[in-house]
Write a protein that binds this ligand. Structure first.
Ligand code: SF4
Length: 318
């Protein structure tokens, strides 16, 4: 288990302001609410949770694709939110993102060679020869042939396009990759190619991944640790084996019970109601409106995080 911290998130908040429509005024969307999390060097840390829980916003905020309201993101002893100029450019090279949809993330008008060389031309002063050498090296690393470089994105399958997107993320030799639902837009038959590529890059080269996914089966196979997110908060964190064998938070238990391959008992925990709007967060424990174990104090008081390597935010463990 890797234990050197690569990146530390301290009490991070992300908010959006949207128009209310014809009534006028603004609504505040509380997308990320006080997230604190360590990402260890060389690990695959998965952030799990249902759609709309804030996990993609969290990933984007880490590389400043979303504006942060408050908090800190510490990388190499510096708060990345305070970086500018060359320091910010350096951080952006070290943290690359792979998006969910490889059909939309690759420019259809550019050949694969041009797509892969672009980040090197923008961020380095390498010679043409060196850039060509790196591009060829990375396309081979993701399991594709050099001949692919002369083709356009539409000439590839979804799985191959996601490999190309990963190759593009690799050309700048990043320290870690944020992969946002990297296989959910792919056919089930080709998801394994990309999942195995992520595993290989992690195991062979020690590349750190923050994996954003709602798919608990992918997490069980790939991740060293899991952080479970609900309404913009991390409610449980631990090693994957511990979370899957002994989930503590009622929300984690419900998530796991909905996956037949994982839930051998066949008893599914059905949560009442829908995910509340992040524009109107419940008081107290944010899960209290759906929790099967809700107590009076859960409605007004906020549980604090308990535990060391396996952490949980719930009054059942206070
Ligand atoms: Fe459920 Fe209360 Fe625990 Fe929240 S604090 S998860 S409402 S038992």
């Amino acid at each position: 288990m890797p234990d050197k911290t690569l990146l530390t998130i301290n009490n991070l908040y992300v908010e959006y302001h949207t128009n209310k429509g014809i009534l006028g005024g603004k609504t505040t969307i509380h997308a990320v609410n006080g997230v604190s999390l360590d990402i260890y060097k060389g690990e695959i840390l998965a952030v799990a949770g249902e759609s709309g829980c804030g996990k993609s916003t969290l990933a984007k905020a880490l590389i400043q694709l979303e504006p942060v309201k408050s908090g800190e993101i510490i990388f190499e002893d510096k708060n990345t939110l305070a970086l500018s100029g060359q320091d910010l450019k350096d951080f952006r090279q070290k943290a690359q993102m792979v998006f969910q949809n490889p059909y939309a993330s690759l420019n259809p008008k550019m050949k694969i060679f041009d797509i892969l060389k672009e980040p090197l031309e923008i961020n380095t002063d390498y010679s043409k020869e060196k850039i060509e050498q790196i591009v060829k090296e990375k396309i081979k690393l993701v399991g594709l042939d050099e001949s692919c470089l002369e083709l356009y994105p539409h000439e590839f399958s979804g799985g191959q396009r996601q490999r190309i997107a990963i190759a593009r993320a690799l050309v700048l030799e990043p320290e870690f990759i944020l992969a946002d639902e990297p296989v959910s837009a792919l056919d089930v038959s080709i998801q394994a190619q990309v999942i195995n590529l992520i595993k290989e890059l992690n195991e062979k080269f020690g590349l750190t991944f923050l994996l954003i996914t709602h798919d608990m089966s992918v997490i069980e196979y790939l991740a060293d640790r899991v952080a479970v997110m609900y309404l913009g908060e991390i409610v449980e964190t631990g090693r994957t084996a511990d979370i899957f064998s002994s989930p503590l938070h009622p929300y984690t238990k419900a998530l796991l019970s909905s996956v037949p391959q994982i839930n051998k008992t066949g008893k599914k925990i059905v949560l009442k109601g829908d995910l509340p709007s992040p524009a109107n967060l419940p008081d107290g424990c944010k899960f209290h409106t759906r929790c099967p174990y809700v107590m009076e104090k859960c409605k007004t008081c906020t549980p604090q995080q308990q535990g060391a390597s396996h952490k949980v935010k719930c009054f059942l463990y206070n």
